[in-house]
Design a protein around this ligand. Structure first.
Ligand SMILES: C[S@@+](CC[C@H](N)C(=O)[O-])C[C@H]1O[C@@H](n2cnc3c(N)ncnc32)[C@H](O)[C@@H]1O
Length: 302
């Protein structure tokens, strides 16, 4: 998910789908969504097409308020709503990132910002977004080792690789977090705990959209492609969905258009990529029951 190709392919590029079975229960009355709506409006985003809802098969997602025509814009989220590495560099963390050697990765910058803003609580200007983010994730890295042990062999190996990757991500960032101590009255070890970083890593890896940004010297050479897109990131996945999605340099908005018409009061779904169920579980923590990309892994010996 973190490499360029994987993320590119999963970014819900050309696909949108609405399921007739998935009649959802409106959740827009919930205080957290009312606050998020106000926050988005202050940043010049007013949605007319979508409302948060809970669906029987996919859980929390977005429902169409009206029918959508083929080619119609589903959502156009202004740049001011996006959480990018620029947001982080412009923040109180910017000076610390700029002077840290070796330069931190773009994902580390995003995770540091998420943990720090979450810690700020009511003082964070991002609070309405942080409040709607999941409290926990179901990617294999979050599962107990006994549960990972029950996975099929090839997936088990991938799950262990993911755990090692995240462990290294956390342990190799310790000195950087220590350098941030002047910003906090509490010890940084208690703020940037393993649990907090795991939550932030899963937030970025399960929810970010793909938007390639120019490399900058203050970051490591890893591609800077992950951008958090509040509200838009409530869209769930269907392998059959057909949308186009990209940042529009003219409107300065992240836009998603449907390639097919879509009925009123249906779940609006996008496609994260042509992923089999192993990849969906690894990267997003779920599997798709009717997945045309499902495949069976056969060991070399067989
Ligand atoms: C970009 S978020 C979508 C919004 C998310 N459902 C929420 O409540 O915030 C991606 C996450 O949604 C869930 N998800 C997306 N598509 C799904 C599907 N078809 N079935 C079950 N869960 C899905 C997974 O937990 C995934 O990691």
């Amino acid at each position: 998910m973190k490499n360029g190709g994987g993320r590119t392919s999963r970014i819900r590029r050309r696909k949108l789908f609405t399921s007739s079975e998935s009649r959802g229960v409106n959740e827009s009355y919930k205080p957290e969504f009312i606050e998020l709506k106000k926050w988005l409006k202050d940043r010049k985003f007013e949605d007319t097409n979508l409302i948060p809802a809970r669906f029987p098969g996919t859980g929390r997602g977005l429902m169409s308020k009206r029918s959508l025509r083929e080619g119609q814009m589903i959502i156009s989220l202004p740049e001011s709503c996006l959480l990018t590495t620029d947001t982080v560099l412009r923040s109180y963390l910017g000076a610390y990132i700029a002077k840290w050697q070796p330069p931190p990765s773009p994902v580390l910058a995003l995770c540091t910002f998420l943990v720090s803003e979450k810690h700020a609580g009511d003082r964070s200007p991002w609070k309405p977004y942080l409040e709607v983010l999941p409290k926990a994730y179901t990617c294999p890295v979050c599962l107990e080792p006994e549960v990972v042990n029950l996975l099929p062999k090839p997936l088990k190996a991938k799950a262990r690789e993911q755990r090692t990757h995240v462990q290294e991500f956390v342990s190799s960032s310790r000195d950087f977090f220590s350098s941030l101590q002047p910003l906090f009255s509490e010890p940084v070890e208690s703020i940037f705990s393993r649990g907090a970083l795991l939550w932030a890593w899963c937030t970025v890896n399960t929810r970010a959209v793909y938007m390639r940004r120019a490399p900058r010297r203050c970051f490591s050479a890893e591609p800077d492609t992950c951008v958090l897109a509040p509200f838009l990131d409530l869209l769930n996945h269907s392998p059959d969905a057909q949308v186009t999605a990209a940042f529009n340099e003219e409107t300065r908005c992240y836009e998603i258009r449907t390639a097919v018409s879509c009925g009123k009061h249906k779940e609006v779904l996008i496609c994260y990529g042509p992923h089999d169920n192993h990849r969906l579980l690894l990267e997003y923590g779920f599997v798709s029951t009717r997945n045309p990309h499902a495949c069976v892994y056969v060991s070399k010996e067989i």
